[in-house]
Design a protein around this ligand. Structure first.
Ligand code: XLS
Ligand code: NI
Ligand code: NI
Length: 443
């Protein structure tokens, strides 16, 4: 495994490189389940997951909420010169990732460096920090899973970015995306994400939804064409979310996004980046969202976190629920992984988790839980009746007229004739409880 990368200053002094020590270990700063080299289903855990650090939560978010300011004091955020501050932050990022064994990160343009007072200034700053990024990446295996542009925080985007009713704002957003694509390409980014921050509406009374969606499609085509021309080979991901910050987000859920991508002829280049908490907000399970995407050959990447089943907002907590993760990993293994992506911890420590070590505990927990769920799901797939039971449930389509139906060889009148002869179908149990027990048995 790669070595620890420390910049001018060591930020996480109390923490050494996190090692796999196994489930008997009492060391809170060690992996109990995530063993990067361990093979599961013929592939190492590391390559199954491609775990990534989210720059924004891990290094920028100080825990502010609508009721109070941030609580976390970050030693890499003290320099007054914005470029120096960004470099310090990047040093902290690389130290953290190398200590965690995370080989990927994801970023918004504004996470890398403060945007300053003008568009031109932001461009210059981005050049400087991506130069520094290239330098930091040299000689180690830390890579960019995806980059993106923050088109939602700045007040200019209060009415949306690509779906803004004012062309001037749409153009500004386009210019910002150009720079973010350039930064992503420069750093060798493997994918590029569009999360529709404020692409939606607060009231339909002042909104022409159809026009805004046409504009969004136009915008995405332009971005894709530009990146392709520059030689970018990765995927573009849309990240569904049903609400927050808008009352209604256009990229509501996986099915809505797929419909949009099909309507505007974007399916070849765009896949989905699914987030657990967003699935919860859309009143879906994450496994549902993953299955919808996978069935359309569009399971691109995951933003790993969890919501709160009592509170209806995006709490972005680290994942802990093994039963849920196991169900997710069953879909994951069945469809043979992601199209281009990995698992990005779009998750933050709680506002009152104020020690720097807490960031390590959070990621260790997240990685361990995914690893454990993967092992369980693999065990279920290989050693239990899970696959056999599911197959058997549909076996009437494997033979006779059922098979012909599936092949499109029957007409409605054939079903009529068949039923006249066959009469009332025999009752067949769905055996849900049996399936549920099976998961528990293997956990
Ligand atoms: C917000 C989103 C955001 C995207 C990146 O809810 O999850 O963090 O992942 O813009
Ligand atoms: Ni989110
Ligand atoms: Ni996200």
């Amino acid at each position: 495994m790669s070595k620890v990368i420390i910049g001018e200053k060591e930020y996480f002094k109390g923490v050494k490189k996190i090692q796999f020590e196994g489930r008997k270990s009492d060391n809170p700063l060690a992996f109990k389940w995530y063993d990067p080299k361990r093979k599961v289903g013929g592939k190492s855990m590391k390559s199954h997951f491609k775990f990534a650090m989210a720059y924004w939560h891990t290094l920028c978010n100080t825990g502010e909420d609508p009721f109070g300011p941030g609580t976390k004091v970050y030693p890499w955020a003290t320099a007054t010169d914005p470029v120096q501050q960004a470099k310090d932050k990047m040093d902290a990022a690389f130290e953290f990732m190398s200590k965690m064994g995370l080989e990927y990160f994801c970023f918004h343009d504004v996470d890398l460096i403060d945007e300053g007072d003008s568009f031109k200034e932001f461009g210059k700053r981005l050049d400087k920090i991506t130069d520094y990024g290239l330098q930091k990446m040299k000689g180690n295996n830390i890579k960019v899973l995806w980059g993106t542009a923050n088109l939602f925080s700045n007040p200019r985007y209060m009415n949306g970015a690509a779906t803004n009713p004012d062309f001037n704002v749409v153009a500004y957003a386009g210019a910002q995306v150009k720079n973010a694509l350039d930064a992503t390409i420069k750093l060798g980014g493997e994918n590029y994400v569009f999360w529709g921050g404020r692409e939606g509406y607060m009231s339909l009374l002042n909104t022409k939804m159809g026009k805004e969606l046409d504009n969004l499609a136009q915008f995405l085509h332009m971005a894709k064409d530009y990146a392709r021309k520059r030689g970018f080979k990765g995927y573009f991901f849309i990240e569904p979310k049903p609400m927050e910050p808008s009352k209604h987000q256009y990229d509501f859920d996986a099915a809505t996004c797929l419909n949009f991508l099909r309507q505007y002829d974007l399916m070849d280049d765009f896949k989905l980046n699914l987030e657990v908490n967003h699935a919860t907000l859309a009143q879906h399970t994450m496994q549902h969202e993953m299955q919808v995407a996978a069935d359309a050959n569009a399971l691109g990447s995951l933003d790993a976190n969890r919501g709160d089943y009592q509170n209806g907002w995006d709490t972005d907590q680290f994942p802990v629920d093994l039963y849920e993760l196991t169900e997710m990993m069953l879909v994951f293994l069945e469809v043979k992984g992601f199209k281009g992506g990995g698992i990005n911890f779009d998750a933050k420590t709680r506002r009152n988790s104020t020690d720097l070590e807490d960031i390590f505990y959070a990621h260790i927990g997240g990685m361990d839980n995914f690893a454990r769920a993967l092992v369980i799901a693999d065990d279920i797939m290989r050693n239990s009746d899970y696959k056999k039971l599911r197959k058997a449930r549909y076996s009437t389509f494997d033979r006779g007229q059922g098979k012909q139906f599936a092949q499109g060889k029957l007409k409605l009148t054939d079903l009529y004739k068949y039923t006249q002869k066959n009469g009332e179908p025999k009752q067949t149990s769905g055996r849900q409880e049996l399936f549920e027990n099976l998961i528990n048995q293997y956990i």
